[in-house]
Design a protein around this ligand. Structure first.
Ligand code: MG
Length: 461
C-alpha cells in the first residue's frame, strides 16, 4: 500500500500479507492511536473483528500499535460490525476499530475506524490519519505511560437486548415462524440464530460455525452464493431465509418459495413499513438503488434523498436531515431509532415483524409492489484506469438526461442505467432497470458497451 490514500469506500481493505502485512497494520494503528490521542489523554478504544483467518493475527498488530500511543484498548473479540458499533455508544467509548473485509473474499481483510457516535469517521478525518501515517508524526509514549489492553467480553448480549427493544416480540412469537439463517460462517453466526430463537422463531442454520475459509459460500450474499439457502428454505417450508455478509451489517432474504430477493425490493418493503408507522417523512438511499424505492416513498408523501454510494455517506446524510430510515440495494438497512448505521440482525427482525403484522408472506408483499426489472452486471476495470474510463463515459453520455452524483446514471423515458466504478473492487458496476424486461436487458448491454469502449480508449491513451 504505497499510495497516499489508505482509506477506500469502506475503510482500509487489502489482501493479507500482501497489502495488509502485520507491520503495515501496526503502523496504521499507531497513526490511528495518535489521531485519537490528539483529542484527549485517556482514550478508550474498542477493538473487534470478523471471523477471517487473519483477523486475530492482525488484531494483535493493531492492538499493539494503538496501546503504544497511550490509548486504552478493550478487545471484544469476534463480533458483527453493528454489534461493535452499538457497544461504542452503550459503553461510552471514544471510538472503535473493526478488523473486517465485510463481503470480500477470504484472502482479504480490512480496518474500519469508528468514532464515539458509533459512525465511521468522515473522509476528512481519514485524511488526517493518512497524513500522520505518511509523515510518521507518531506519538511515542514513555514505557510508564502505555495504554492498557483488556479483554471486553459480553457485547453480543447487550446488542441483542438493544434490538429486542425496537420490535413487537409478541406479534412475532405468535406466528411461530420457521426461519433458515445463513451467516456465511461469519460473525453473524454469533447473533442472528440466537436472537431469532429468543423471539420465538424456529431456527435452522447453515454455514453458522465461524470459519475464515468461508467453506460454505463466499461472504457476499447474492443469488450465485445463496443456492443452498434458497433450496433449504423451500425444502423445509420455512417462512423466510436470512443471509448476512461476512460482518453481518447487511441482510439479504429468500422468500418462502426460496427465491433470493434483491436488496432493492426487500429494502423498499422495510422503508414502506417504517414510513407507514412513523411521523418522519424522510428516507435516504444511494444512487445505486432502484427507482422503485422513490415510487413507494412518494406514496407516503415522504421525500427520498439520494446520496453517493457508501454506507457512511448514507448515515451522515440521515443524521444531517434527521431521517428515520436509510437503505442500500446491497441489503443494508439503517434504522435510526436503534442506530443510524446498517445492521443485519436489526434488518432480519424488522422483516419478521412486517410478516407478522401484515399477516402475509414475503412473496405476496413483493407481488404487491410495482414491478421493476433490475439487472446488475459488472465489468473488470483496473483501478488505475477507473478515472479515465469515467471521463470516457461522461463524454459518451453528454447531452443525455443524467445524474453524475456518483458514476454516471442515465435516465430514459422507460428506464435508467448507473455506470459506476466500485470503491472496493477492480470492477465497474452497471445497474439497469425498466418496467419492461427486454428494455432492461437492452439498457444494461448499452451500459456495458460504454465501459468497454471507455476502457479501449483509456488504454489507448
Ligand atoms: Mg459488511
Amino acid at each position: 500500500m504505497a499510495s497516499r490514500i489508505l482509506f477506500g469506500t469502506n475503510g482500509i481493505r487489502g489482501v493479507v500479507n500482501k497489502d495488509l502485512t502485520p507491520e503495515f497494520v501496526t503502523k496504521v494503528a499507531i497513526a490511528i492511536g495518535t489521531y485519537f490521542r490528539a483529542r484527549a489523554r485517556n482514550q478508550k478504544i474498542l477493538v473487534g473483528y470478523d471471523s477471517r483467518t487473519s483477523s486475530i493475527l492482525l488484531s494483535r498488530s493493531l492492538i499493539s500499535g494503538i496501546a503504544s500511543t497511550g490509548c486504552n484498548v478493550y478487545d471484544v473479540g469476534y463480533a458483527p460490525t453493528p454489534a461493535i458499533q452499538y457497544a461504542v455508544k452503550h459503553f461510552e467509548m471514544d471510538g472503535c476499530i473493526i478488523i473486517t473485509a465485510s463481503h470480500n473474499p477470504p484472502e482479504y481483510n480490512g480496518i474500519k475506524v469508528v468514532d464515539e457516535d458509533a459512525v465511521e469517521i468522515s473522509r476528512d478525518e481519514e485524511r488526517k490519519i493518512e497524513g500522520i501515517f505518511h509523515e510518521e508524526k507518531f506519538l511515542r509514549n514513555k514505557w510508564s505511560d502505555l495504554g492498557k489492553i483488556d479483554a471486553f467480553p459480553g457485547i453480543i448480549e447487550v446488542y441483542k437486548e438493544a434490538i429486542k427493544r425496537h420490535i413487537d416480540i409478541k406479534a412475532i412469537r405468535e406466528k411461530q415462524f420457521r426461519v433458515v439463517v445463513d451467516p456465511a460462517n461469519g460473525v453473524g453466526s454469533l447473533v442472528t440464530p440466537y436472537l431469532l430463537s429468543e423471539i420465538g422463531c424456529e431456527v435452522l442454520t447453515i454455514n453458522s460455525q465461524l470459519d475464515g475459509n468461508f467453506p460454505g459460500r463466499l461472504p457476499e450474499p447474492k443469488p450465485e452464493t445463496l443456492g443452498v439457502l434458497s433450496s433449504t428454505t423451500k425444502a423445509v417450508k420455512a417462512d423466510l431465509g436470512v443471509a448476512h455478509d461476512g460482518d453481518a451489517d447487511r441482510c439479504i432474504f429468500t422468500d418462502e418459495l426460496g427465491n433470493v430477493c434483491l436488496g432493492d425490493i426487500t429494502g423498499t418493503i422495510i422503508v414502506d413499513y417504517i414510513l407507514q408507522r412513523s411521523q418522519s417523512r424522510l428516507a435516504v438511499t444511494p444512487i445505486s438503488t432502484s427507482t422503485l424505492l422513490e415510487e413507494v416513498v412518494k406514496t407516503h408523501n415522504a421525500k427520498l434523498r439520494w446520496t453517493k454510494v457508501g454506507s457512511t455517506i448514507v448515515t451522515k446524510k440521515m443524521q444531517e436531515i434527521n431521517a428515520i430510515i436509510g437503505m442500500e440495494d446491497n441489503g443494508g438497512i439503517f434504522y435510526s431509532p436503534h442506530q443510524p448505521v446498517r445492521d443485519g440482525a436489526m434488518t432480519a427482525v424488522l422483516m419478521l415483524e412486517i410478516l407478522a403484522k401484515k399477516k402475509t408472506t414475503l412473496s405476496q408483499l413483493i407481488n404487491k409492489l410495482p414491478k421493476y426489472h433490475i439487472i446488475k452486471e459488472r465489468h473488470d476495470c483496473p483501478n488505475q484506469l477507473k478515472k479515465r474510463v469515467h471521463q470516457e463515459v461522461l463524454s459518451q453520455t453528454e447531452g443525455l438526461n443524467r445524474m453524475t452524483l456518483d458514476g454516471v446514471k442515465v435516465f430514459f423515458k422507460d428506464g435508467s442505467v448507473l455506470i459506476r466504478p466500485s470503491g472496493t473492487e477492480a470492477i465497474y458496476r452497471i445497474v439497469a432497470e425498466s418496467k419492461n424486461d427486454g428494455r432492461a436487458k437492452k439498457i444494461v448491454e448499452w451500459g456495458i458497451s460504454l465501459v468497454k469502449e471507455g476502457l479501449k480508449n483509456a488504454s489507448a491513451r
